[in-house]
Write a protein that binds this ligand. Structure first.
Ligand SMILES: *[C@@H]1O[C@H](CO)[C@@H](O)[C@H](O)[C@H]1NC(C)=O
Ligand SMILES: *[C@@H]1O[C@H](CO)[C@@H](O)[C@H](O)[C@H]1NC(C)=O
Length: 384
């Protein structure tokens, strides 16, 4: 006791460290403090990930990315282009580019005050696009816009609704009622209309399977940032959930207007998760998404020698006896089964899972299976 008192000194400490309970308490506290110190020094999984997002992906050409953005903002400052995202994008030009790629599209991803902004275009520079004809009246320009959209979507937009269409493709018109579009506005819109994905995202948000369009600047459009879905081993436990997401997307494709929307580039790589939609995947890339009439116009009557000449991605047609292609012969359901569901569920299937039955039950034809699937959707996915 004497020794203990010498070691422990002060009154309070003496009570704590000279009793057995006190010794245990000190021991537990030291362990707790040690744990806190260690966990403060080693970043946890989540803080680690957040930090990673602020660092450019390895191997991207930052010089090139900055060149693309600088050239766009120079054009904006000269008054050659316009768009509702320009002000924000070109405000201080202090871009933190986290990703960049150039392939069939130029995509720049920047971190802007904690938010991720995605800018896309089929070509890197504004000068890569044709300019609209000069000296068109507003009415003539709107008519051209209706023609371009009709040629892309084949939904037969009537010319007398051109004003509504103009407000859809160029929403600034809603805020500046009656004001004419400037030359910069027309140039920017014209470049955007040369890009099928822009038209799809902008004019048909009612598909509800495409990313939201947040704004535009010159020839680039800013889309909602999605979380890319990556098929990994640990997802196997989530298969049933993934299947519901896949079915939500398929349902929406079939429910689009009177005719199903045709998706000809079906891959898990192409699916993203949007914060706003809990039961569906969003198509990250809209390049091979067509209205039925548009796909028909691309396939039907195309000269062919074999069925192989009648393919657009996953969308296939037959080469008829007249040596021209038929309209599409397979459907979204078959492709979804082939490229997604069967990959997810390899050989397993259960008669209790109606979604799997739709893909596996070869005893009945595809029309019957699709009709049964529609019934299942209306029971199980009414809110998608
Ligand atoms: C990066 O981009 C710049 C500017 O376009 C180009 O000159 C350079 O060669 C590129 N670097 C690589 C490694 O591709
Ligand atoms: C599919 O099967 C149903 C019922 O068995 C039949 O009525 C229908 O004509 C078939 N459709 C096709 C395209 O073969």
């Amino acid at each position: 006791m004497q020794k203990c008192e010498q070691e422990c000194g002060e009154e309070a400490w003496r009570i704590a460290c000279c009793s057995r309970v006190g010794k245990i308490a000190i021991c537990v506290m030291s362990i707790a403090i040690l744990y806190l110190i260690i966990s403060a020094l080693t970043p946890t999984e989540s803080t680690h990930k957040a930090a990673d997002l602020d660092v450019p992906r390895a191997g991207i050409n930052l010089t090139r990315a900055n060149q693309v953005l600088t050239s766009l903002c120079d054009a904006y400052e000269r008054g050659d282009v316009s768009g509702d995202s320009c002000n924000r994008l070109c405000y201080d030009r202090n871009w933190l580019v986290t990703d960049f790629y150039e392939g069939h599209k130029t995509v720049v991803i920047v971190k802007d005050g904690g938010q991720t902004a995605v800018y896309k275009s089929t070509k890197p520079f504004m000068n890569d696009f044709d300019e609209p004809q000069d000296h068109l009246t507003d009415a003539q320009f709107s008519d051209r816009v209706v023609d371009v959209v009709n040629n892309e979507l084949r939904l037969g937009w009537p010319k007398h609704y051109s004003r509504h269409l103009m407000e859809t493709v160029w929403p600034t018109l809603l805020r500046t009622k009656g004001e004419a579009m400037s030359r910069a506005d027309r140039r920017s819109l014209w470049a955007l209309l040369k890009q099928p994905e822009f038209i799809l995202f902008r004019v048909l948000p009612l598909t509800r399977v495409t990313p939201k369009l947040i704004g535009t600047c010159g020839h680039m459009y800013q889309t909602e940032s999605l979380v890319a879905f990556k098929m990994k081993g640990y997802y196997t436990n989530l298969k049933a959930k993934i299947l519901v997401h896949v079915m939500g997307t398929l349902k929406l494709l079939y429910e689009f207007l009177d005719e199903p929307l045709q998706w000809c580039d079906v891959r898990f790589d192409n699916l993203g998760l949007s914060a706003d939609y809990p039961k569906r995947f969003v198509l990250m890339d809209g390049d091979m998404v067509y209205t039925k009439s548009k796909l028909d116009s691309l396939l039907k009557g195309r000269p062919c020698e074999t069925d192989d000449d009648c393919k657009i991605g996953d969308c296939t047609a037959r080469c008829t006896a007249n040596m021209v292609c038929s309209s599409r012969s397979n459907g979204n359901l078959e492709v979804f089964c082939d490229k997604l569901v069967n990959k997810l569920f390899a050989n397993q299937w259960s008669k209790n899972n109606k979604y799997l039955v739709a893909c596996r039950d070869t005893g009945r034809n595809i029309t019957t299976r699709l009709n049964e699937l529609r019934l299942t959707w209306s029971w199980n996915l009414p809110d998608v």
